[in-house]
Design a protein around this ligand. Structure first.
Ligand code: NAD
Length: 305
């Protein structure tokens, strides 16, 4: 099977000076894309900046015969990153929102600054770049956007309140943009990767890290970014060559009579039933899948709780 290519496509990868973003940039460039390698060149916690990170990746791409340009802006200046792409290559087809920092601390010890900085890089950064690229994508009736969430964002994690909040928010942003972008052929999907990088090298054993190459995330990102990929609004966990899709699951729940008899005690009496995933379950995919009108009608037929 011939591999998917990106000839003529312009791809912005944020935070592409190392780790996953570097792997994506090399992957796209090797398949014909023109890549904007954005990286502020900061430390893991967001400290400092350096042009070297992006430059090294651009050099590697060019030495291999590919096309790339470096961009050193903070993702908070997403409009400038998009300007770099347009100035160098005339368009933007794909945005991979990947830049990130960590400030792992328990909620008790976290500072307001930690909270703001983490939310800013992950959430505001993705918002600013996507917001600047959006009108171009709408006009050309083509765009592919990848949001980078995390298992911490899906499930929560000790010491990662700020990071998890940002990463869950990116799922909501991605899902909403998938709906708004659909009629313009703008597809938006969210990944939750696991890979060896400076983010994970201190928290995982070496033998596991060896199996978690960033190169094993890139094929999924490239597939989602391809012009013939119809998928939008997905949440995918990916690592070490395993890709899984995730969706919401609801219980059948309990319909209470909505009157004075709907008390905390009534909820208590049937709370196990409310939370019973062993019985009938639902898989709502959109806001409209919750049949509130039907449930209100059904509640009317019930006796007191
Ligand atoms: P990394 O630290 O190697 O890469 C992040 C890059 O973002 C760095 O090169 C950094 O300089 C850049 N960056 C930071 N702040 C920036 C800013 N304001 N503007 C522009 N660039 C900035 O980490 P990674 O592991 O490659 O992570 C990539 C993405 O994947 C992140 O969003 C991260 O949260 C997410 N992620 C990674 C893992 C993992 O297992 N590595 C797990 C879940 C999610």
């Amino acid at each position: 099977m011939s591999d998917l290519r990106f000839d003529g496509r312009v791809v912005i990868v944020s935070g592409a000076g190392g780790g996953l973003g570097k792997a994506y940039s090399l992957f796209f460039a090797a398949r014909g894309a023109k890549v904007v390698v954005n990286d502020l060149g900061s430390g893991l916690k967001g400290e400092g900046s350096s042009a070297a990170a992006a430059d090294v990746v651009v050099d590697e791409i060019r030495r291999a015969g590919g096309e790339a340009v470096a961009d050193y802006h903070n993702v908070l200046e997403g409009d400038k990153i998009v300007e770099t792409a347009v100035a160098a290559f005339g368009r933007v087809d794909v945005v991979v929102n990947n830049a990130g920092i960590l400030r792992d601390r328990s909620f008790k010890s976290m500072t307001d600054r930690d909270w703001d900085d983490v939310l800013n890089v992950h959430l505001q950064g993705a918002y600013r770049i996507t917001r600047a690229a959006w009108p171009l994508m709408r006009k050309q009736k083509f765009g592919r956007v990848i949001m980078t969430s995390s298992a911490a964002g899906i499930y929560g994690n000790f010491g990662q309140a700020s990071y998890a909040a940002a990463k869950q928010a990116l799922i909501g942003l991605g899902n909403s943009l998938a709906i708004e972008g659909h009629k313009y052929n703008i597809h938006v999907n969210t990944i939750a990767p696991l890979a060896a990088s400076r983010m994970t090298e201190t928290v995982m054993p070496a033998e596991i890290l060896a199996a978690l190459k960033p190169e094993f995330i890139a094929p999924l990102v490239a597939y989602l970014a391809h012009e013939r990929t119809a998928q939008t609004g997905a949440l995918l966990e990916v690592g070490a060559g395993t890709v899984t899709a995730h969706r919401w699951q609801g219980t059948a729940g309990v319909v209470f009579k909505a009157d004075q008899s709907f008390t905390p005690s009534a909820v208590k009496a049937r709370f196990d039933e409310i939370c019973d995933f062993g019985g009938a379950v639902t898989y709502p995919r959109t806001i409209q899948d919750n049949d509130w009108v039907g449930l209100v009608e059904r509640a009317k037929t019930l006796g007191p709780n």
